[in-house]
Design a binder for this molecule. Structure first.
Ligand SMILES: [Zn+2]
Length: 159
């Protein structure tokens, strides 16, 4: 009940008392009931709505964080899907769309684990900063290089 409604009701009750249409006891009883109801209901309702609000907020925040962490950027190939961590590789979320996108990126390249920073740079800029610690499969020699992305394919950029 809103307070203007309540005030109107009580004004009516007071009028009825003055006109002897209602007893004072009856009015007091009504107020007691109303106050008891407020005391019983309101704190619970407030707590409930507050905890619900904070729960929803927390959920939204953690979902947004999870999305942010999972998504490395927009797919450079289809420009619709997002690149996400698929466990053993990175892939496009649009892989089962109407026009399935087959874009993937390896987690390891020439014996070097490719970090998320490098993947992000690859899919947004098409190239990474110089990365250290690649290892040639032929010679076993370690070397540094940039990675670049051409038509969705990863390759070394020694420039
Ligand atoms: Zn894609």
């Amino acid at each position: 009940m809103t307070s203007p409604e309540m005030t109107a009701k009580w004004e009516l009750a007071l009028k009825q008392i003055s006109q002897n249409k209602r007893t004072k006891d009856n009015f007091v009883e009504q107020i007691k009931k109303f106050v008891t109801k407020i005391i019983n209901d309101v704190p619970g309702q407030m707590e409930q709505s507050m905890s619900l609000t904070s729960q929803v907020k927390q959920q939204q925040v953690s979902e947004a964080k999870a999305n942010e962490q999972a998504q490395l950027g927009t797919c450079p190939l289809c420009k619709q899907g997002k690149i996400v961590d698929k466990g053993s590789f990175y892939g496009c979320t649009n892989y089962k769309g109407e026009k399935p996108c087959k874009f993937t990126l390896p987690k390891k390249w020439s014996e070097k684990a490719i970090g998320k920073t490098a993947i992000k740079a690859l899919i947004t800029k098409g190239t990474t900063a110089k990365l250290k610690g690649f290892e040639s499969k032929k010679t076993g020699k370690k070397f540094d290089a940039k990675l670049k992305l051409t038509n969705g394919k990863i390759s070394f950029d020694f420039n």
